[in-house]
Design a protein around this ligand. Sequence first.
Ligand code: HXC
Length: 529
Amino acid sequence: MSISEMDLRPAVRPEPEPPARPPRTMRGLRDRRDELTTRIALGNRDAVARQHSLGKRTARERLELLLDEGSFVEVEMYRTGATKAHTDGVVAGSGTVDGRRVFVYAQDFTISGGSLGAAHAAKIHKVMDLAVATGSPIVALNDSGGARIQEGVLALDGYGGIFRRQVEASGVIPQISVVLGPCAGGAAYSPALADFTFMVRDTAQMYLTGPDVVAAVSGERVTHAELGGADVHGGRSGVASFVHDDEESCLEDVRYLLSLLPSNNVEPLPIVPHDAVDDLRPALADIVPVEPNRPYDMRAVVAELVDGGEFLEVHEGWAGNVLCAFGRIRGEVVGIVGNQPRVLAGVLDTAASQKAARFVRFCDAFGIPLVTLVDVPGFLPGTEQEYGGAIRHGAKLLYAYCEASVPRVQVILRKAYGGAYIVMDSRSIGCDLSLAWPTNEIAVMGAEAAVNVVHRKELAASADPATLRATLMERYADELMHPYYAAERGLVDDVIDPAETRSAVARGLAMLRDKRRRGPARKHGNVPL
Ligand code: HXC
């Protein structure tokens, strides 16, 4: 048979019976939806087990710890990206903390290592935009292998969109970043751009280049924790503002921090009702020694000043010579900056200047009044400091205070010498109310150093330089360092009994509550970064 004689028409086969489909009912569709939603929420069993075996919770378990029970509203749960997995490795949405709205995203390490691709990034962009639009804080829970390698430049583009939004939202809504796993490469810039960064010991790591690259480039061998663990960033680099031993206490402290912050830069501060009680704090006079160089713990002073002795210290493990903390005075939130005489005698150095400067700027951006507790011998001398940019970093703190338009109360406890006196919110740079204890000594420098400079020739020529020095020091102290010298010249508003510090500060803050100050119009100043 030739080909033209062949019957090329397809054989007619009987249509197969369609499989029996369940009738399309609302109940059936709802069951299917419920089954899918449960499957997405439960995730991959093995990957979840591995996450738990690493001592980490899943993204959803973390959100349960962070948010008020049952308050989470998820967005784009069904969204898939290059991973083809629902959520694309990030759980995003909004919930409440103590009844106040926050936006959140939690990276899900069980899906492609929480790596960030285009869809994953788009979800983050969405909640960031909603946070700004509604004037709500944003909390990021990071646990990610970084840019999703398979998506190439789209992943990098996604990161850029996060960074740009963070900068635009800076000073508009509080931004909190929590690192609960790896946060490698450029991804680390997101915690660095946030207002506050939390890390958990043993499980969180943050670095620009991992141990393998470090070894390949420089031969240096370090572990993940040595390179970028929580203690490294909480104690040495200063990237982490808070370090915790476990996820529960970490997320609990995120809630506590949020309770102290306004939701945005125009909302009034969260006030808790406070019964007017006796504000006298006689213990203060015993905590601070009269001798100018005897150490004590400034935390004990702060505990006396704030409601219930409760405060939240920021960067507790870094630059301990300056203390930065949030607390309440008569129910109202304040930002406290204090020299810490028990660490390096409370001198200012490069790290302390940077730490305090960033804290002051945060408080100013969000309308949180500043209370500055001064007991400072000066700047830390030495080549290490000078070569490390002590002048540049000190200028940051100076700039931050000069620029701050929130109510500013300064309390000088003991000594305040030289440039460090000026920088610690002196009258000359704009503090609104300066209070001093009767122990205050404000001067260009301490008596001995001053006498050695001014009377160098006389001392060299003297037969008894020790006696002469003692006499000159006494005279210098009597004339220039006595507790009323600055007050008589209008640089201190009041010399107060230490026991009355809390009430004097509270009265000052009440007086300044409606303070408004506007600088000249300009695009922005040029803060010495
Ligand atoms: C795609 C990734 C990934 C990534 C991890 N995974 N990181 N997939 N892109 N960046 C996947 C893994 O293939 C694996 O998939 C799953 O996530 C879990 O990873 P493991 O390696 O099995 O987990 P673990 O042993 O715990 O190690 C975690 C890790 C490691 C340390 C994070 O995965 C790692 O080193 N990843 C690469 C980190 C990195 O170099 N990222 C790029 C940084 S540069 P399966 O399918 O096997 O479960 C960057 C640029 C950003 O981020 C620039 C912004 C400006």
